[in-house]
Every structure is written in C-alpha cells, then in structure tokens.
Design a protein around this ligand. Structure first.
Ligand code: COA
Length: 208
C-alpha cells in the first residue's frame, strides 16, 4: 500500500496540485492525503476510481510498482527486433515522427526494425521507452537510425546508452547518422562533422 501513496505523490506533483487541492476535490482532509503519501494509511477503496480519474490514469497505474521515471529501473535488450507495434508507434507519435491519426502501417510498424541489422530497445518494465536501429555490414560501414527516447524518460542517459550499445557491437566500423536537431547529442558520443564523409545525398522516403 506504500506504493499507491508514492504514486499519488508523483501524480500530484506532476499535475502541479497541492495536497489541499487534491483533498478538497476528494472531500477529505489534507492530512489524509499526507498520510497516504507517507505510507501511513491507504485511500479507501471507494475513492480509488475518483483518484484515477482526477489524474487521468487507469486504476492499474495507481497500483503499479513505481510510475516515477526517476525511480524506474531501465533494462536494455540488444536481441529483440520485433518491438511491439502499438508501443513503437505510440513512441513515434509522441516524438511527432508519425501522425496520430495515421494507422496505415500500424500493424507492421516494426518491419523496418525487424529488417535492420541491429535493434537496441530500452524498457521500463513492460513499457518501451527507447529504441535505436542500425543498418550495417557488421564490419566496416554502419548507419544508425531512429534513436528515440520517450519524452517522459529523456535526460536520464537512455539515449546515450542506446547509441553506446550500438557502437559496441561493431567497434571498428565507420558510423553515420543524419540529424537536423541533435548534433550536440551525437558529438558527445564521439561523432563529428567530417569532410571525409562527403556530402550527404538522398532520395526522401515515400513513407515519413
Ligand atoms: C536525442 C535523444 C535520443 C537523447 O536521448 P536522451 O536520453 O534524452 O539523452 P541522454 O540523457 O542520454 O543525454 C546524453 C548526453 O547528451 C546530452 N544531450 C542530449 N540532447 C542533446 C542535444 N540536443 N544537444 C546537446 N547535448 C544533448 C545530454 O545533456 C547528456 O550529456 P551528459 O552525458 O554530459 O550528461 C532524445 O532527446 C530524443 O529521443 N529526442 C527526440 C528524437 C530525436 O531527435 N532523436 C534523434 C534522431 S537523429
């Protein structure tokens, strides 16, 4: 029951409301909210649906081990390529890489990942929070694509770990990446703008 109190505190801070404001909404005292958050007591069962609705989460979420991204342990997977379509698409939608209302490829969203040489994924429990994929000859030339971290989990070293793991698989390879906005991020990981790489010429994708 300590867990639900921790989650209520996290959701309340995220929403930017005080214990008093939450208490007024629920028709209880702010001392009650304080006791939940400190693990002294737990909310009455009949209040649970109202609390979940207030924070815009499911009842399940309230009871999860921990929903605070700062406390969640991130695990990495360097083997699995068939990332779950729904979660992968949701990650892309959150980053503005895929229109929210475009479901045309929803059931095969992970195909570019399945067909890649290497896929690294980052997980908070069962939740996909980051990914990167590589097209490579596994020896001399490698290109990195779709390095993505869920905005709720950015700034915690996940992006760095994803790219580092990619590089470790083919340590002697040349690595290329194309980015409009994240030059600084890649430079921290050893990438540099190079004359040797020549001019990047391309034909745009017909997808996105
Ligand atoms: C770019 C992205 C992958 C970085 O992932 P992240 O998990 O937030 O980054 P990290 O926490 O691992 O940051 C690693 C380091 O890079 C730095 N960094 C991150 N983004 C940066 C940027 N845009 N410019 C300069 N430095 C940056 C961090 O400060 C950190 O520095 P430190 O090691 O000195 O502390 C993530 O912000 C993202 O998914 N962005 C949207 C999608 C995107 O643009 N992807 C790149 C496609 S080319």
């Amino acid at each position: 029951m300590v867990i639900i109190g921790e989650n209520i505190r996290y959701l309340r801070m995220k929403k930017g409301v005080t214990q008093e404001e939450l208490a007024v909404h629920l028709g209880i005292t702010h001392q009650s909210v304080s006791k939940w958050e400190n693990g002294v007591t737990a909310p009455d069962l009949q209040l649970i649906p109202t609390i979940a609705e207030y924070f815009g989460v499911t009842i399940d979420t309230l009871f999860k081990a921990s929903i605070d991204p700062d406390k969640v342990i991130i695990t990495y997977n360097d083997i699995r390529k068939d990332l779950p379509n729904t979660q992968l698409r949701y990650l892309f939608v959150k980053l503005g890489w895929c229109p929210e209302d475009d479901f045309s490829h929803a059931d095969r969203f992970n195909n570019p990942f399945i067909n890649s040489t290497l896929v690294i994924s980052a997980w908070a429990g069962e939740r996909l929070v980051g990914c990167a994929r590589v097209l490579s000859d596994k020896i001399v030339r490698s290109v990195i694509h779709d390095v993505a971290v869920d905005p709720e989990y950015q700034g915690k070293g996940i992006g760095k770990n994803l790219v580092k793991r990619c590089l470790q698989h083919y340590p002697k390879s040349e690595w290329l990446v194309s980015t409009e906005t994240q030059t600084g991020f890649y430079k921290k990981l050893g990438f540099s703008e190079s004359d040797k790489a020549g001019i990047f010429l391309h034909i745009p994708s017909k997808y996105f």
